[in-house]
Design a protein around this ligand. Structure first.
Ligand code: EPS
Length: 384
């Protein structure tokens, strides 16, 4: 069954809950590990008023004892501090709903979600469609991070574009990511930082929003995760699907992705070398660590494009679902950009995909068992 997980909870409800099942026993895991990633998700220049309210902390309801996983499902809870302002409106008990939403915001799930589920109060849609849900993806992702770290696999991300300001491509090393969190826009290459922040200020002043791109890198992967033998085993496809499941993500590239379409094959593919110490290796990694849907042992590199957030200070035209009259929505608090936070959500999704792929290949009920199998396999690969 591998690694399976689910989240539940609304943006202004009591909180978010999550369960991950398949975590081997014996993985060192503390609340502080999970809270560290939750805090990282909340940082970032361009976030709005809600982030001043929330200080996300996890509560562990199952699966961990004295700092180690038990092999049983890991159950997590993160409360919404804002719930105290919404307790009446979001109560699960029978009552009359207030703070109803009847004016769908273009670009949100509001209108199609209302039609689909038959809701006349679009709050019933936006509460779950909200990216607040990614909090629990990150909390559960921190469990995967602890597991993979124990196997020498590390996942890190950074922003490579905000609006029209981009960071040049480089072959990054794991050490390069060590100080990313110090940057308010989560860039490794800080030459772009001031210009990115200026763009965010300009968009804010204009009542507008900004998208961008981020990359997630996975270091320390063994050769051979994923497979070409069936469409749904290709790790490229699974990674892309995971990234596009994050709200507001519109495009994914593996390695140099779209840019490969403009070049000849000789400039795109990664030549193969061998020496006695390393075995097979590459000097370039344009493939982004995957060939035939299988990990090559080079870093896995996935780049994701995020659209500008759809809650606009200067709203686009829309129609009231009850009166059918056109309206201009009043402006409520929102973020100008959430690309720096999306990096951390992208890391979480990559962590889930890799944890699942590792368990698929190696299996194992305890961390020791998985670790031994991975080490044996790494030796087998070197000897090939
Ligand atoms: C969000 C809108 C804002 C964000 C929220 C996601 O919330 P609110 O409508 O309460 O102001 O702050 O993000 C979070 C709460 C979070 O923790 O990331 C949306 O519509 O998706």
């Amino acid at each position: 069954m591998g690694w399976r997980w689910l989240t539940a909870g609304e943006s202004h409800g009591p909180g978010l809950v999550g369960i991950v099942e398949g975590v081997p026993a014996g993985v060192p895991l503390t609340r502080a590990d999970i809270d560290a990633d939750l805090a990282r998700r909340q940082q970032g220049y361009g976030r709005g008023g809600r982030q001043a309210i929330e200080r996300d902390h996890v509560e562990i309801f199952g699966g961990v004892r004295h700092g180690r996983t038990l092999g049983s499902p890991v159950a997590l809870l993160v409360r919404n501090r804002d719930y105290e302002n919404w307790a009446e409106s979001m109560s699960p008990d029978p009552g009359t709903p207030d703070r109803q939403v009847t004016r769908p915001r273009p670009g949100h799930a509001d209108l199609v979600g209302g039609i689909k589920y038959g809701h006349r109060d679009l709050r019933n849609v936006l509460e779950r469609a909200s990216a607040r849900e990614t909090t629990m993806r990150v909390a559960l992702g921190a469990v995967a991070r602890a597991f993979l770290k124990a196997l020498g696999i590390h996942v890190a991300g950074h922003v490579v574009r905000i609006g029209d300001v981009a960071v040049p491509d480089r072959d990054w090393q794991l050490e390069d990511f060590a100080r990313v969190d110090e940057s308010p826009v989560r860039v490794i290459d800080r030459t772009a930082e001031a210009r990115m922040m200026a763009r965010i200020d300009e968009a804010k002043a204009a009542g507008d929003t900004l998208g961008g791109q981020f990359e997630v890198w996975v270091f320390g992967l063994p050769v051979g995760l994923g497979s070409y033998v069936q469409w749904d085993r290709r790790l490229e496809a699974r990674m892309a699907a995971a990234m596009l499941s994050i709200p507001a993500m519109k495009a994914v590239e593996m390695g140099t992705g779209f840019r490969q379409a403009e070049q000849r094959g000789s400039a795109v593919h990664d030549a193969i070398y061998w020496d006695a110490e390393r075995g097979f290796y590459r000097r370039t990694n344009r493939a982004g660590g995957l060939e035939g849907g299988i990990t090559t042992g080079m870093p896995l590199v996935v780049r994701v494009a995020m659209k500008p957030l759809s809650t606009l200070g200067q709203p686009l035209a829309s129609v009231n679902i009850e009166t059918k009259e056109p309206y201009e929505a009043q402006y409520e608090r929102s973020d100008v950009t959430a690309v720096p936070s999306a990096v951390v959500v992208g890391e979480a999704m990559a962590l889930h995909v890799v944890a699942e792929a590792v368990l698929e290949k190696f299996g194992g009920d305890s961390l020791d068992e998985v670790r031994e199998r991975v080490e044996t396999w790494r030796k087998t690969v070197r000897a090939y």
